[in-house]
Ligand binder design. Sequence first.
Ligand code: HSE
Length: 438
Amino acid sequence: MKPLQVGLIGFGTVGKGTWDVLRRNESEIARRAGRPIRIAWIGTRTPERARAAVDGAPGVQLTHDAFVVARQPDVDIVCELIGGIEPARSLVLDAIAHGKHVVTANKALLAHHGNEIFAAAHARGVMVAFEAAVAGGVPIIKALREGLTANRIEWIAGIINGTSNFILSRMRETGASFDTVLQEAQARGYAEADPTFDVEGIDAAHKLAIMSAIAFGVPMQFDKAYAEGITKLTREDLRHAEELGYRIKLLGITRRAAKGIELRVHPTLIPTKRLIANVEGAMNAVLVKGDAVGSTLYYGAGAGAEPTASAVIADLVDVTRMHTSDPEHRVPHLAFQPDQLTDLPFLPMGDVETSYYLRMRVDDRPGVLADITRILADREISIDAMIQKEPSEGEDQTDIILLTHKSVERQVDDAIARIEALATVRGKVVRIRLEDLS
Ligand code: HSE
């Protein structure tokens, strides 16, 4: 049968990985897809590198100009692997306008412009597949969109940034500071020279916004996401959390709450006994709670050449299988039929309810704890556990650590401001959210 022709845009780590895996597993992939899948065009800024990699493979054309690939008459699927917003957005829209199906690994593009892209694809009757955009090789989009389709999804909690997870794991294992471990992560190639997107929770928020839309049948709304990264976490707090039976992870959480959807990325204490708390290093894991199935956990490599290629090629196979089908009978881009998306509101952070770890440095004298607990009680914040550290030799200050029951974030913010204003409390209160995930 005639091969399906792919135009690859971008020949970096993932592009090269896609080439390698497609070649290596060519016949097995063709047996699954029902016809061969062939890379016919490669658009790249470094054609020399691509030329060396394709090593004279017959019929592969190389170009500097990615728009040539997006518009090529003999290309059926455009595979966008360059990342970033522009020119990726223009290329994807151009490919759609030329009747091409699109496979993309670009979470930033989808988080910001997914609604526009899906609308264009729907109008043109083409598919846009994006398994590789979330959690690399872990087939979480497939699971959410198809495997769990019977369920009312209640919440998703994911470790979806490998760089941050690597840094937190190393900080905990070695007792080193964030800055020291970040340097190590950069030296080992886990963290970019500019790690802002990874360590400030933005990359995770992109991925979470995509999962949230699929889980709850709402348009993509990255602008509603709250993102707080790991840069301010100290080794002391990681250690205190361990002593209390918790591990701190950068978690992306989206939940269907009574008044709307929560969409938030932040460092989170998780009970150490949960499987997801034990996901270490650069690995990803996503925990999904459905009303029928209960909790399901998806784990694997969230980045890297061949794990990401695994997801890209899964999409190529899906598109190949569905390519001749009636567009109305394909799996909808966001799992729900496009005219069935709802306008459930996203909750501002102040309305979110969760538990909290609060650490404060206080003068070690009578009445201090009573003042603090009164402030909490006045705001309906109930204490679940408390430890007071022994003051160091000759010191008259100590650390108090409180874990709260579920409380409203706005009340907790207010309580923290009051506590920090007490004359007996020194410096800022450290606040880290806590999720039981049961
Ligand atoms: N930079 C991401 C991470 C991988 O550290 O997980 C690509 O999404």
